[in-house]
Design a protein around this ligand. Structure first.
Ligand code: F6P
Length: 524
């Protein structure tokens, strides 16, 4: 495939950018007061209002033409057909199959029976933990789950369990991801080993942080209950059954998922086990159903009203034509506090790439920095930068229509702020004092969930997954590998013996830095 910047549609878009250069969002609204309706679309019950993007009908036409020239429709078919879209690792990316009901083949083998089997095993186990049939070694029902895992093996379950806090009626889940001992200590503080189930989630079952925490958990449980308790207290969602067996887990404690499920796309698999235990398998199923509904619409909607595709295309417009280097996710829902971190991995680990699928350096910007926060607290922290900083960021506002708590006034105020912020970013103000002026013309999209429930959360996450995929198609990059994370891991394993006192050769900069750390470690 030719580089993006060589395509006629890209050049047409750049010419259009010049034609739009002096046009503000306010001018676009004055020109077409109906643009709200024309630029709002729906996917799986979620309404997405793009009317505060610096685009008009012509922009949409040119962006969808670009997507067609970059073979996005064919890319979508290829993805869902189970073809090896992860070209560098020779694997499909078929996480959608985990939430669907279709027979899909990988290397000529129908994987649906295996998906169904894994789903059923997970269902039976999660319900057994919830109703006390699966007990600890001393016969106690589990009151807590210690969920170990990092990156995609943690961020999704953490986000969903927090979001569904109001409906969580199973054992409480504590997460531990970091290899910082304080995080482990905090995670087990107040827990009783007799009533704690440990879930070790790791696709590879080799990730250092997770393995070190798993050994600490094992020591903690076995210290009280003996080694014989491991088989009652530890389970592992993983693709590496033999490593789980080496850890001492019987096969029935291992909840496998396929190699073609990428880590950051794995919450739909057995990695979601803590979710199913916390909120029940019925709600977990509704999360899958919401995501599946979004999949179906993504596959069938024309690009002109295809929500994930439009999120992707307006993102590319903002990034590559309008030069915005950062993208903020603003959750107007306290329980979505982990959404920015989740999307950070999804977008930045997928599309933070500098070469195309053929390995050629790209000559345009790919994934922006994804960041964000929970609102309204963020309004009292970083929104100043959004309104008056020297860099313009694009923003996604996440709004929930139905009240999330018991007090109506809170929700009314929350909604008023969500609407006010996107309006303020768009209109700005000029009171005649440069310190108080806000330039406005800053773009945003607002995604409105009818309700913060499992179905719409599933749909929301699937929409973002597909946004990432469409962007990767247009940019011509592979969204499904993450080789950039390897170098640091290799260097850390080289440095560890030095940290532990061995005399090993170090880069002078690292030797210098370790010297500082050692000196301060010895100080009071
Ligand atoms: O280091 C990056 C990464 O490989 C992520 O892609 C993944 O989600 C995370 O580490 C955890 O990997 P695993 O599930 O194999 O422990």
């Amino acid at each position: 495939m030719s580089p993006l910047t060589d395509t006629p549609s890209w050049h047409a878009l750049l010419a259009h950018r010049e034609a739009m250069a002096g046009t503000t969002l306010e001018a676009l609204w004055q020109r077409d007061p109906e643009r709200g309706g024309a630029l709002t679309f729906e996917c799986a019950g979620i309404a997405v209002d793009f009317s505060k993007q610096r685009v008009d009908g012509e922009t949409v036409k040119l962006l969808t033409a670009l997507a067609r020239e970059r073979d996005v429709p064919a890319g979508i078919s290829t993805l869902f057909a189970g073809e090896k879209v992860n070209v560098t690792e020779g694997r499909p990316a078929l996480h959608m199959a985990l939430r669907g009901d279709e027979h899909v083949s990988v290397d000529g083998k129908d994987v649906y029976p295996e998906i169904q089997g894994n789903r059923e095993r997970m269902r039976v186990f999660a319900e057994a933990v919830r109703n006390g049939q699966w007990k600890g070694a001393n016969g106690d029902a589990f009151t807590h789950v210690l969920a170990l895992g990092i990156g995609g093996s943690s961020l999704g379950p953490r986000l969903v369990i927090e979001a569904m806090r109001g409906e969580a009626d199973g054992p409480q889940v504590r997460f531990c991801s970091n290899v910082d001992a304080a995080e482990f200590d905090d995670a087990i503080r107040g827990l009783d080993p007799r009533t704690t189930l440990v879930v070790i989630a790791s696709k590879t079952f080799t990730t250092q942080e997770t393995m070190v925490n798993a050994l600490a958990a094992r020591e903690w449980i076995a210290g009280t209950l003996g080694e014989g308790a491991i088989a009652r207290h530890f389970v592992a969602p993983t693709s590496n059954r033999s490593a789980a067996a080496d850890f001492g887990l019987p096969d029935c404690n291992v909840f496998p998922f396929a190699e073609w499920v990428g880590g950051r796309y794995s919450l739909w698999s057995s990695v979601g086990l803590p979710i199913a235990i916390a909120i029940g398998t019925e709600r977990f199923g509704r999360m899958l159903a919401g995501a599946h509904a979004a999949d179906l619409e993504f596959r069938s909607d024309p690009l002109e009203r295809n929500v994930p595709a439009l999120l992707a295309l307006f993102g590319i417009w903002n990034r590559d034509a309008l030069g915005m280097a950062t993208h903020a996710v603003l959750s107007y829902a306290s329980r979505l506090e982990s959404l920015p971190a989740y999307l950070q991995q999804l977008e930045m680990e997928s599309n933070g790439k500098r070469v195309d699928r053929e390995g050629r350096p790209v000559s345009f910007a790919t994934c922006p920095v994804v960041w964000g926060g929970t609102e309204t607290p963020g309004q009292h922290a970083f929104h100043q930068w959004l309104h008056q900083g020297t860099d313009a960021a694009s923003c996604d506002f996440i709004v929930v229509a139905q009240p999330m708590g018991t007090r109506a006034i809170h929700h009314e105020i929350l909604l008023s702020h969500a609407c006010a912020q996107s309006e303020a970013l768009m209109t700005g103000t000029d009171p005649g004092d440069p310190h108080r002026a806000c330039p406005g013309n800053r773009v945003s999209t607002t995604l409105v969930l009818p309700k913060l429930d499992a179905y719409h959360l599933g749909a929301l996450l699937a929409i973002y997954e597909h946004k990432v995929f469409v962007q990767s198609c247009v940019w011509g990059i592979n969204a499904f590998d993450q080789f950039g994370v390897e170098l640091g891991k290799t260097i850390a394993s080289r440095i560890l013996p030095a940290v532990q006192g061995a005399n090993v050769p170090l880069h002078p900069a690292t030797a210098h830095l370790l010297g500082i750390v050692r000196k301060l470690a010895g100080s009071t």
